[in-house]
Each structure stands twice: as C-alpha cells, then as structure tokens.
Design a protein around this ligand. Structure first.
Ligand code: PEP
Ligand code: MG
Length: 865
C-alpha cells in the first residue's frame, strides 16, 4: 500500500538524547534537524490524526508547523531547508513544541518509550484512515486483513552532503522498459522526496526528465554507491522475480536498503514487464499471465488522458466508471445539441441526468457521456460500453441546472454549455478543461500479442461478444471474440440509418388488426433480414446468438407531433385514434410488463417474422457458399411452456424456409435467456426444449435483488459505503444468490440435456471476477462488449490457473494432514496403549477433515464440461 499508511521517523529524540546524537555525530545541525522533523511528524500522525482531531479551518498541525518553518526561512533570507543552521533548528524545536501544546492542548512527549508506543498505536490506527480505507475499496483488499507495524533503527540521509535518500524502481514503472529508474535527494529524509519541497535529482542518465536534467545524477555524484545500488537492485529483482520499488538511504557514504516491495505499474508496463520477464526466463507462463490484472488491459485498448496531465490537475467530480478510456469535449446538454454541434465539427461530451433510447444519436456523436444519475447497467452505461465509448454515470457530484445549459459541481464550480471538460472513464473522474489524450496502438504492441497467445493456450472458457452491428462484430473478432453471445435485434431501430426500420416498427406497433400488423411486418422483415445477414456474414460461421425482440413495445412509440402525424397518415387514422392506441400500450412497470417472450405469445406474427428473417439470412448465405451459424434466443422466459409455444413457430418456419430455399438443412440452435429466477429454478424443464441457456444476469440480478437496474444509483453508494453490499451486484455477479441460481440452473439444465451449451450475456460477462466464477460453474462461454473481450480472455486464463493452484493447495493441505496424523500415530504407539487410543481419535479426525475439503474441489470442477 504505497503511501497509504503512516510512518514516524526519528523516534526517541528529546532534549537529553539529542545531546547524545550530537556527541556521536559531531553534527548539531543534523541532530536538531532530525528532532524538528520528529516533532512535526509526531504531532501530525500521532497527536492529531490518530486521535481523530479534525483541524479548525481545515489547517492541520503539520501545515501550521510548515508555515512557521517557511516564515523563518523567509526572515533569514534562505531559499532551501538545507540553509537552516543548527541554531535556527534548535530554536524551531523549542518553538514547535510550544505551538503543538497550544494547538493540540497536550505537550509533545519527552519520554522515548512514550513516543515509541504512541507511534506504534498511530500506525495501527492508520489502517482505518480515510486514505487506506478508500484504497482497499478500490483494490478490493479485505478490511479484516489488518496491518503489522515495523520498528526499525534509523539511518540518516540528512547527516550532510555525503548523505542522501532515494526511491528507485528496478524497471521503469511508466513504460515497463527494463531500465533502472529513480530519484534521490542529498542531505534529506525520505519524506522530502515525496513532499516535493525540493526537486529530486535523477539516479542516472536514464532517469533525467525536464525538471531534473540539470541536476547531477547519483551515478555522477556518488559513482561507487550507485554501482553498489545497481548490483543490489538486480539481485532483488532476480530474487523476487518481479519489478521492485526500493527505498534507500546513504548515511555518510554508506548505502542502506530501507525496504523493497513489488512496484505498482500501469497496464501498458504490466504487459511489457510480464512478457519481457517471461522471455528472460525469470518467470514461467502461468506467472506471466497472472502478472497482468485483466482490467489493466483497458489502458491498452482505448485512448486515455495523458497520465502526466492528470497528475497535475484536480478532478471536479467523481462518478461511476461505466465506459473506460479518456475523452474530452465541449459540454452539451441535449442529444439534439450533441448532433448539431458534432455536425459542425465540434467535439462534444453529452451531459444528461440520464439517457434514453431517444438520445442514442447524440450519444453516438458525442466523444463521451456523463450522467448525474443511473447505475452501471443504466442505458447510458450499456450503450457506451458496447461502443467502447468513455462514459461516467451516476455522478452525484454534479447537478444539472434548471436551464439545462450548465452543471454545478459539489464544490460550487459551474460548467456552462460549450466549456471544455475531460473525462477519465476508467476511474470515473471529471476534469474541467481540455486535457491531452494519448493514443494506443494495439496491433504493434508485441508484448500484448505475445501475452494473448499464452492466454489462448491456457483458457478453457470461450469468449464471445455482445454486438449488434457488423462493425462492432468485426472489432470484437479482432480482439479475439469467438462468436456473438448477444445480438440485440432492437438496436437496429436506434441510431444511424434507423429511420425507415423504426418507422415500420412503429407502424407495426400501432396496427390494430393482425392483418395490418402482418402487412407492416412484411415490410419490416426486409430490413431485419439484411441486418442479421450482414452480421452473420462478418462472423463467417462463428456462432451468432440472435435474441428475439425484448423491450416493451411502448418504448418505441414516438413522442414528437410530426412523427405521430406521419404515422397517422401512413395508417390512415387520425391523431386521436393514434393517441388512444399509444395510451393502450402504456404500462406502469414496463420492465416487468409486456416484453420479451410475452410479445411473441400475444403477437406470434412478430416472432414468426424474426425467425423467418434469421433462417432465411442463414440459408441464403449457405447458398452463396458462405458459413452461417445462428442461434435463436428467446428472452425473458419464466416457464417451459413459453419456450414450447415459440418452438412450434420456429419448427414451422424452419420447414417452410428449407422448402422455399430448396435446402435440406439450415444449421441453427434454439435456446433461451435465463434472466428470471423462476426460469433458473425450472431449468431442468426448460432444457427439455432449449438447446442452450444464456444467463441474462442484468435482469437476473434486478429480479433477484428487487433492485431496479436503472435506479440503483440513488442508493447503491450508501450500500457500498456502509458495507451492506460488498460490491455493485450489476458489475460483479453476486455469488451468494444470483450465483447460486446460475449454478443450480446449469446443474439442472444439464441433468436433462448433458450437452446443454451455457453462456452469460449480462454485463457481468466482461467483469474479471464474474468471468472466473463462470469458469468455475462450468459455463461454455462468456459474452461481453467488444472492448472487454481481451479482459474476459485474460480473466478466463487466470481462472484456469487459480483453479489449478487451489487444487494443488488443497492437495498439499490434505497430504500434510495425513503426514501429521501418521507422526501422531507413531508417537501414540510409543507412549503406551491407553494414551495411544486417545491420540488416535484426534489423528483420525484430522485425516477425515482432509477428504472433506477435497470434496469441495471436486464439486465445482464436476460441473465443468
Ligand atoms: C440481461 O438481462 O442480462 C441482458 C443481457 O438483457 P438486457 O440487458 O438487454 O435486458
Ligand atoms: Mg434482459
């Protein structure tokens, strides 16, 4: 946890011991410098923070003491801390103690033992400090792990110009390049390097940057020590087999190593280091795969805000990171404005409270989307992620003005229409102004390509994509998708080129009689078939799961007067009649209303048209000598009878299509989404008709929790901060309940149909933890948006390694238990019959325990097909 927990240096100094340090070193300036540092750090960490004291006016004791130090420097005309004399520092020590007493109401403790216990207690307390808690939340480190405290004897980098302190990395953490990289400061203690009071000097030529190029490097200034450090850093990396973050101090010409730990790195360098270390034979295949966190791959796929610019800019708001990458643009507040501005060549970011399908054009034209409401599976999040577009949702830190022309941040900053903002969609951060973006070049990233080759050889789970257009599908295939796991038919009615099919769909919806509807469907079917055919063609024989129409029809009813008028004219009905028909479609709870398979039951002709379009598209491709592999998927089912109802339509249309095209066979599968708990619980029956299941975990989560996926933003933050939920269940599968339904559904489904194909197509399909879960429960594939395909592939490979390691760990626990009991048995024999009997019972118990644990391993892997 770099920089997340507290440290107190120079513990033990007081008015008496400081004299000892002076006698030992013959350096009063150094001794009083160390003493004043102790008072500053101790007052801050132990006496204020650990005591939970909230500073008045936000100005803590550290700041007050820092300001006093600056004042003294100013009075004396010094520009740097090192110019302070022993007398200055001695006076400051006395003054600091007085300030501490006045501000905190308690004296700085003189006794060394009191300082030591105070320091130990404060470091323990810092585990629960705000920074550490937030960091654990992001990194998903369990709170209950707790911390240890190190007590170390001091070496001093502030003993003069032959002393120094520094931080180094065995490889460049920014680029991954295998070059020793770091910074140091002469006559200083570690905190000075971090605090930025003085510009640190470069370790070597390679570490020089614009700010430090004029400063002498350690290699130039202390060549002997640099050489020694270089030998040690090589040895450390070889020993730990990973890039090390090293802290060192030089005390009067002697090098001391303070600590080393595995160094943090960004995604680009993580991939490069993993593959270079693999090629150097420092690590094996499995270690290389495990070295990269799946989500880090996002940084390789999307443009991002230049990390350097981001470091020096403060975010004005924070929301949920729905669509990764970086983007910048002028703020606009309506979809229409986004389109109009973009058409004039402007880069825009669409800022809305939330989005709806009517906003799709504007969303598409915008560089990124920012919404103040909504969760990770809200409309904006789904659409943006599908496009690989940067998006932040549920950003409660912003409030959109009543004029819908500006937004105000929590800190009172107002951003008006046309002003530049920049988004970091990977972290959910909003910045004012136009920050530079840096591009990525995946195809030429050799390390990435090589890593993915190892991934491919290791993973067992298939990875498909959720794609609705040939362009998205092609992109996903480039990223390694092995098929389409969800083709949402309705997406052809949104966005570019959708005017005509949407009009025909609306005509169909507003039809009153079956004949009217059939006529509209016949016109619409041409568009549907072409759309499906184009995607099947791009996928060239890879499986494509096409979902029948899912949303409630009323979602497509036009709102604008001119669109209603055009529709009325086409249908030959007046405005009143049209309004009546639209009104009749309105539902109180559309997500639980007339949608999915229910549409196909009420209007079988709608299913018929879609099934015909799918089979004809596949059959025609076959006749053109191309490969097509469609899978017809029925959404929102809750009973096997619905599946049988739709199956009858499919069977009839299949026969008719084969006859029409003169084909003996058109390959296809018929299956269903499992997104209602009842469907999971009746999976055995569902699998009698369904040849595949695809778990729709967006709806399955919504219906299991009873949380509306579009409104979760209003209460989820409270659930997370108060730890009522460990994570957003719409992002990571809730393994306790939703996971149980999935696991139960797979088991039951395969009890009827052992070769039942099972996948997942909810948003969880691209979440690394959920992918690992899908592997463990024996799914055949996961499906996610194109830009998450590489993430899912890597997570799938890691799942295999995790499983192998867990099985190995359990085996060795069992072996140890057997060995232990054998030793005990032998001992028992030695100590006589009676005692031996008693010990035998204990030993038998521990042997029994081991197979019980093993059973757990078997159970999960048993589901794997
Ligand atoms: C789901 O419910 O998980 C799903 C993929 O369907 P949609 O998000 O379109 O409701
Ligand atoms: Mg659904």
């Amino acid at each position: 946890m770099p920089g997340m927990m507290d440290t107190v240096l120079n513990v033990g100094l007081n008015d008496i011991t400081v004299q000892g340090l002076i006698a030992q070193t013959n350096n009063p300036r150094f001794a009083y410098d160390a003493y004043r540092r102790l008072i500053m750090m101790y007052a801050d960490v132990v006496m204020e923070k650990a005591e939970g004291i909230v500073p008045k006016n936000g100005k803590g004791i550290r700041k007050i003491l820092d300001e006093r130090l600056e004042e003294v420097k100013k009075q004396k005309g010094y520009t740097s801390d090192v110019e302070l004399t022993a007398t200055d520092l001695k006076e400051l020590v006395a003054e600091f103690k007085q300030i501490v007493k006045n501000v905190l109401g308690k004296p700085f403790p003189e006794k060394a033992i009191d300082q030591l216990w105070g320091g130990i207690g404060a470091v323990f307390m810092s585990w629960n400090g705000k920074r550490a808690v937030e960091y654990r939340r992001i990194e998903r480190i369990p709170d209950e792990w707790g911390t240890a405290v190190n007590v170390q004897s001091m070496v001093f980098g502030n003993m003069g110009n032959d002393s120094a302190t520094g931080v180094a990395f065995t490889r460049n953490p920014g680029s991954g390049e295998n070059k020793f990289y770091g910074e140091y400061l002469v006559n200083a203690q570690g905190e000075d390097v971090v605090a930025g009071i003085r510009t640190p000097a470069p370790l070597n030529e390679y570490s020089k940057n614009d700010q430090s190029k004029h400063l002498p490097s350690l290699a130039e200034k202390m060549p002997r020590i640099y050489k020694e450090l270089d030998v040690i850093q090589r040895r450390l990396e070889k020993h730990y087999k990973d890039m090390q973050d090293i802290e060192f101090t030089i005390e009067r010409g002697t090098l001391y190593m303070l600590q080393c730990r595995v160094g943090k790195r960004n995604g680009v360098s993580a991939v490069r280091m993993a593959m270079e270390m693999f090629k150097e034979k420092l690590i094996d295949t499995e270690t290389a795969i495990m070295r990269v966190a799946p989500n880090q791959l996002v940084e390789l796929l999307l443009p991002m805000i230049d990390p350097k610019a981001e470091l020096s800019t403060a975010a004005v708001a924070k929301g949920l990171p729905a669509g990764p990458g970086g983007a910048k643009g002028r703020a606009v507040f309506t979809s229409e404005d986004a389109v109009a501005w973009a058409n004039k060549g402007e880069q825009v970011i669409l800022v809305r409270e939330e989005t709806s399908p009517e906003d799709v054009d504007g969303m598409h034209k915008a560089q990124a989307i920012l919404t103040s409401k909504g969760g990770m599976t809200s409309h904006a999040a789904l659409v943006a992620r599908g496009w690989g577009k940067c998006c932040i949702v549920g950003c409660g830190d912003i409030e959109i003005g009543s004029d819908n022309k500006s937004f105000r941040t929590k800190n009172g900053e107002v951003i008006r229409e046309g002003e530049w903002i920049s988004l970091n969609g990977t972290k959910g951060l909003v910045y004012k102004g136009s920050l530079p973006l840096v591009d990525v070049d995946l195809e030429h990233n050799k390390s990435y390509t090589e890593l993915m080759k190892l991934v491919e050889k290791t993973k067992k789970l298939g990875v498909r994509t959720n794609a609705d257009t040939p362009k998205d599908a092609a992109k996903a295939v480039q990223f390694g998708a092995e098929g389409i796991g969800l083709f949402r038919t309705e997406h052809m009615f949104y966005g570019e080129g959708s005017d005509k099919p949407l009009f025909l769909l609306r005509k169909m919806i507003m039809s009153k009689t079956v004949e009217e509807r059939r006529r509209a469907l016949a016109e619409l079917s041409v568009f549907v078939k072409n759309d499906i055919k184009a995607t099947l063609k791009v996928m060239n024989g890879l499986p494509v799961t096409i979902r029948l129409l899912d949303p409630p029809l009323h979602e497509f009813v036009p709102h604008s007067a001119d669109r209603l008028a055009a529709l009325g004219k086409e249908l030959g009905v007046d405005r009143n009649e049209l309004q009546k028909r639209a009104e009749a479609l309105r539902e109180n709870n559309p997500m639980l209303g007339h949608r999915g398979v229910r549409l196909g039951v009420t209007f079988p002709e709608i299913s018929e048209m879609q099934v015909r379009a799918i089979l004809e598209a596949a059959g025609e491709l076959q006749k053109e000598g191309k490969k097509a592999n469609p899978e017809i998927m029925v959404p929102v089912t809750c009973t096997a009878a619905e599946l049988q109802h739709q199956r009858a339509i499919v069977d009839r249309v299949y026969k008719e299509t084969c006859a029409k095209l003169g084909l003996k066979k058109i390959p296809y599968l018929y299956g269903t989404m499992i997104e209602i708990p009842r469907a999971a619980l009746t999976a055995a029956k569902m699998a009698e008709t369904a040849e595949f299941f695809s778990f729709g975990t967006n709806d399955l989560t919504q219906m299991s929790f009873g949380f509306s996926r579009d409104d979760i933003g209003g209460f989820l933050p409270d659930y997370l901060t108060q730890k009522i939920l460990p994570a957003d269940p719409f992002q990571t599968v809730d393994q306790d309940a939703v996971g149980e339904l999935i696991s139960f559904g797979i088991d039951r489904g395969r009890s009827t149909r052992p070769n039942l194909k099972v996948g997942i197509c909810g948003e969880h399909g691209g979440d690394p933890d959920s992918v690992k879960f899908c592997h463990r429960v024996g799914m055949n594939y996961v499906s996610c948006s194109p830009f998450r395909v590489p993430i899912a592939r890597l997570a799938a490979a890691q799942a295999v390694i995790d499983e192998k390691r867990a099985a190995y760990g359990k085996k060795s626990v069992a072996k140890k238990a057997v060995k232990k009991s054998a030793v005990k048995k032998a001992a028992a024999k030695k100590t006589g019959a009676k005692k031996a009997g008693a010990k035998k019972t204990k030993a038998v118990k521990s042997v029994k325990k081991a197979p019980a644990k093993k059973k757990g391993v078997k159970k999960t892997s048993g589901r794997k097909k």
